[in-house]
Design a protein. Sequence first.
Length: 387
Amino acid sequence: MFADRTRWNLKSNRWSEALARHRAAGKTLLDLTASNPTECGFEYESERILQALSDPAALKYQPDPKGLAEARRAVAGYYAARSADVSADDIYLTTSTSEAYSYLFRILCDAGDELLVPEPSYPLFGFLAEIQDVSLRRYPLVYDHGWQIHLAALESAITPRTRGIIVVNPNNPTGQFCKLREIAALNEICAASGVAIIADEVFLAFSLDTAAAQPFSFAGNRDALTFTMSGLSKISGLPQMKFAWLATSGPDELKPGALARLDVIADTFLSMNTPIQAAADVFFELRHGFQRQLMARVRENLGEFDRQLASAPQCNRLKIEGGWYAILRVPATRSDEDLAVELLDRCDVLVHPGHFYDFGADGYLIVSLIVPPREFAEGIRRLLTLT
């Protein structure tokens, strides 16, 4: 009856079952996995948001495969503020980065073709690939005085069926930005292999290094065929508005073919709704206030985390450069899932075990840094008493 591509193991894991029991019992919960900014106590300019959605332009339907020109110009302006030259004509609006991924998987891959993805990283890639009949191969990120791409292992993972390399900049959850030497190496490898770069930059704006220049965006990359995506879900803290985009750049002999194929897919779905596009200018403007709040929260929670870790020498926090997450290294005396379930059952604290993000060994827990500070501090205190 059903397609093989949807033959997933739908059985709940122990962590999910423990969480369901906990909630069914009505017990209190300190959720250190919280990542929805609209539920984390940030202040939004509600009146301006609602007014933007009542723009009379929303009453007209003017279908454009790429999205309305004024909304795409708002995206181009976002990149211009980051010193990246991106034409509005090279931008496609999508309802989510997941949809952008689906466009790219379709224009790059036939069934069974391969994409390289970082490990550890966000667990969504497996489902996106399976839905599109694409195979994934992993390339490792290594931790040595900070996180780095293992470039030799990445290059050796390329096969004749490899069509693209996914780079998350900064990575989720490791929080490292791509370095200029890594970008240069990626361009050289991809150009030589006929492979595209797919850059996910949803956390690009959230750098912890205030003294450094703005992190490099792949949206200005010209040396290899490059697709860069992001969205208002993260940069403006508006996941409910479903406004994302895909920017195409690269050599002149490759980019036109990519744009022509994206035109067909985007015109087939026409998924972006007009009210959100008409409000784009306002939503982009609101990002500044949201980002100031969020980064203040992240720094406060990191400071509290490190203060408590000073009294817990058995654990340490791995270095991060940006994003919303922190990785705690704990003694690997049991599986990460065992520890996470015990934290929930005994301490009412919810964390993600490292294997959710494809860590290759036990001894890692992942926590969100946008949890309200009092909850974060108490959650970390309870966590460290059990480790």
